[in-house]
Design a protein around this ligand. Structure first.
Ligand code: GLN
Length: 594
């Protein structure tokens, strides 16, 4: 492959830096851009993740960038109701949940720079302008904003994201929102500039659309219009990924090919599926990978052993559809369970990883924690008692806290396997302090600043700002009790790395009281610190069927081939099933692992 010469003086093409950087490397970086048309929530994230996963399975190193055209700098202060969960990256970046999909599906570790927002780009441009970086110049959307976006993308692509330690060969870029949105125009122009500054075989655009059905016919007009909107902004789709209730009809594929300027072979149906892992299977069955590799001029490689491939995805689907073991009922006692959003997206993905690992089916009883308070409490407790396990996820704010405490009390009193994450650990301490230690007003400083027994207290943080002021990202977790559950499930590792997102912590002053009453601390952040300084990472009640709670969020680094140990432990206990823990902890779970 030789680099084509592109005139750097052309107004149409970007000036030389991109070409220059592209030709410096022996293998040129390829870009696969995913846009969306017609409506939101079509599954662009899954399209990006599944395509990236298939490229990984084809032997390529892949990274993935999410562009969110909103003005927020990051997702840290966005409501889980409005925007789904805030995903936490190893470097502490608080990102859109799609970054979690990329990490899980593509077996990569990304950083905060892999999530670009309008706010982030403007923040950088404005800081540069104030520092005199553009002296004399008018700073504009084009070319300053657009150049900043392209430069950012190229810079991000230098970072290795997988265990090989080498930089990516393919960069997936998902553009949030729908083409035609006012707020995404600057980004589309940036992508257009990127497109025309590199060779045609180094750029590929997958446009995701929706085919509504009227009178039994899949309608193509909305797709035609969204392709036209893309064309009007200077980009042509190479592939159409058509979401629909049913498989894509052959005549519709032809029609779309004629109307949208995309070869019929490159129009891929994305019918509704009962299991997300079916999506890469559908894509591969329709020839997406063969065509994509051909378009990008990427030769076939020997598939690596450590990432899922076509066959692995098929096996995931098969276990999820027909698990060998009976169904277990799990209570999910959260604060954001109603409303049908994605507030607990990674947790639920992690549940699926455990279902695959244990070959179990889950029947999840979603319970708003407030139903365990007031008039409905008795009935709700009865429903909990009928469950095989009780799970309390993370959360913020006082609403529903008493209900969560009730859920812990039920699990403890009736010896029902319990697992708590973050807030789910903090409420476990509150419950234990109130009912075992007899400290009736025990609470967290977050919920009752006047409590005489603040068993959970605020950590050191900058109280003058809200964004990114929590304890965030991958931190070492020292397992101090090798004989504990933590010791077993992490296969004897003394130190592991897990991701965090919290502002409050266990108050070390009372640890001795808890220990004497039967609750132990099995992991801490730093064992060299005294009781008052150390941060508790895991607690357990050894006399209970299964009572484990952790301060960190193990769901964030779970993936289908390496499900999160504390979650697996919980489900295995709920299913009364023995799990054979590996002899050694997976290297990606150790500090510095990817
Ligand atoms: N609100 C608690 C804290 O900030 C728990 C946070 C969480 O569950 N992520 O510490």
């Amino acid at each position: 492959m030789t680099d084509r010469k592109i005139s750097s003086g052309s107004a149409y093409y970007m000036p030389s830096p991109i070409i220059h950087r592209q030709s410096e490397t022996t293998a040129r970086l390829k870009f696969v851009v995913v846009t969306g048309g017609v409506c939101s929530s079509l599954g662009k994230g899954i399209t990006t993740s599944a395509t990236g996963a298939l490229l990984r399975a084809a032997g390529y190193r892949v990274c993935s960038i999410k562009i969110d055209p909103y003005i927020n700098v990051d997702a840290g202060l966005m409501s889980p109701y409005e925007h789904g969960e805030v995903y936490v990256l190893a470097d502490g970046g608080e990102a859109d949940l799609d970054l979690g999909n990329y990490e899980r599906w593509m077996s990569v570790q990304l950083n905060r720079d892999h999530n670009i927002t309008t706010g982030k780009v403007y923040q950088k441009l404005i800081a540069k302008e104030r520092a005199g970086g553009f002296l004399g110049k008018t700073v504009q959307l084009v070319p300053h904003f657009t150049n900043e976006v392209v430069d950012h993308i190229l810079k991000v692509c230098e970072a290795p994201v997988c265990s090989s330690g080498k930089g990516p060969e393919v960069c997936m870029i998902e553009l949030g929102g729908t083409v035609g949105d006012m707020e995404s125009q600057g980004f589309i122009e940036a992508l257009r500039r990127l497109r025309y500054s590199i060779l045609p075989e180094d750029f590929c655009l997958l446009h995701t659309t929706y085919l509504p059905v009227f009178g039994g016919t899949q309608k193509t007009k909305p797709t035609q219009h969204s392709c036209r909107s893309l064309l009007a902004q200077g980009l042509t789709p190479d592939f159409l990924i058509c979401r629909s209730e049913e498989p894509l009809h052959a005549e519709i594929r032809e029609k779309l090919g004629n109307q949208c300027g995309v070869s019929a072979k490159d129009i891929i149906g994305a019918p509704n599926v009962d299991c997300l892992y079916q999506i890469p299977v559908e894509f591969a069955n329709q020839g997406l990978m063969v065509r994509l590799l051909h378009k990008l001029q990427l030769p076939s490689r020997v598939p690596p052993m450590d990432v899922p491939n076509y066959e692995t995805f098929k096996s995931f689907v098969s276990v999820l559809r027909n698990p060998a073991n009976p169904t277990i009922r799990i209570a999910f006692v959260g604060k954001y369970v109603t409303g049908g959003g994605d507030a607990y997206f990674s947790v639920l993905q992690c549940f699926e990883h455990c279902q695959i690992a244990l070959a179990i089916k889950l029947d999840i009883l979603y319970m708003e924690s407030e139903t365990l308070e007031g008039a409905s409490a008795e009935e709700a407790v009865e429903a909990l008692k009928a469950c095989d396990g009780i799970f309390v996820p993370g959360g913020f704010g006082v609403r529903g806290i008493e209900g969560k405490v009730k859920a812990v009390e039920t699990a403890r009193k009736y010896n029902i396997p319990y697992f708590g994450v973050c807030l789910g650990m903090q409420v476990a301490l509150i419950e234990f302090a109130r009912h075992e230690l007899g400290w009736a007003d025990a609470n967290s400083e977050e919920f009752d600043a006047t409590s005489s027994r603040q068993v959970v207290r605020i950590m050191d943080c900058d109280r003058n700002q809200m964004g990114a002021n929590m304890h965030l990202g991958a931190r070492d977790v020292h397992i101090i009790a090798p004989e504990s559950k933590m010791g077993t499930i992490y296969s004897g590792a003394a130190v592991v790395s897990e991701r965090h997102r919290h502002r409050y912590e266990v108050n070390g002053t009372y640890l001795e009281d808890f220990r004497k009453a039967g609750m132990i601390v099995s992991a801490v952040s730093d064992p060299t610190q005294g009781a008052d300084q150390l941060r508790v990472e895991a607690i357990e009640i050894p006399s209970h069927a299964h009572f484990l709670a952790v301060q960190y969020h193990p769901e964030f680094i779970s993936n289908p081939l390496d499900p999160s140990p504390p979650f697996v432990s919980f489900f295995a206990a709920a299913a009364k099933k023995k799990f054979n823990w590996p002899h050694e902890c997976h290297p990606r779970r150790l500090p510095g692992g990817m």
